[in-house]
Design a binder for this molecule. Sequence first.
Ligand code: PHE
Length: 332
Amino acid sequence: MIEEISRIEAEALRRVDEVAAIDDLRLLESDLVGKRSPLAEVKRAMGRLDEGQRAAVGRRLNAAQRAVSDRLSARRAELEAVVLLGRLEAERLDLTEVRSGRDAGHLHLVTQVIEELEDTFVGLGFTVAEGPEVEDDWHNFTALNFAEHHPARDMQDTFFVDLGRPREVLLRTHTSPVQVRVMEKRPPPIYSVMPGRVYRNEATDATHLAVFHQLECLVVDRGITFGHLAGTIDMFTKAFFGEGFSSRLRPSYFPFTEPSAEFDIQRPDGSWLELGGSGMVHPNVLANCGIDPEEWSGFAFGFGLDRLAATRHGVGDLRELMSTDVRILSQF
Ligand code: PHE
């Protein structure tokens, strides 16, 4: 009987080693260690043996059973590793791949504009500052001299965040709150530009986005005049767009500047592009930020970047700037 067990064991181990697929191993397992397996039959036959023989055969049988199940587990681990490797290989994503030429990807059009504008202004001696997109009423409105009931505070324009007191926390509607943050943080002279994303609760169409980008420019120093404002806008227009471009100012109104002006730039073909708002920093704004308006004066201007990026590349519909469609993105 002991010989019989050795034969069954050797045969079982050989079959385990031969299995190549995890599913086949599962089937084989019930053949080798299940209730109808040859080893189970031997166990049943042991009843016929006398006691002395039974102990020896029992030990041999246990050893054989352990050897077979150990080999089954080892083989299972091997085959599972193969399955896992196969799956990993099949699902592999090479995120490091960089191809040359146009397929290599590029910065978003608006990001390109932001980086170029930053370069232009840094070249003119400005620093770059940033502020949070989730703002409070003080920085977005109150410090900027918005009257309590100014229409821009209306639910129609502003996305309020459900946090703190009602209407206290909001998504900034322009980059002008960064002016306030810069002035609160450091004393003049200040020569800074502040690019960023802004939010307005408006219906989107070909020329309006609810989420868009602006660049703010702020100068505070002694003896700053409206002439400096006009000169800086013209200088940046030529530096950014080219020598053939010029700018003009039209009277306007903003609570945080006085006097205020909208500014347009003229293309070499004579056509005009409305770009943004500007003006001399209102004395109340300087005072709100702890700057003495008797000693210091300043100008600020701000304009949208999405329209600029779109115009530059002949994109007719601003919503396409937000597209994730490679057929659109790969054109630039
Ligand atoms: N913040 C204004 C807007 O979003 C633009 C502006 C900036 C006007 C700075 C004057 C000075 O329309």
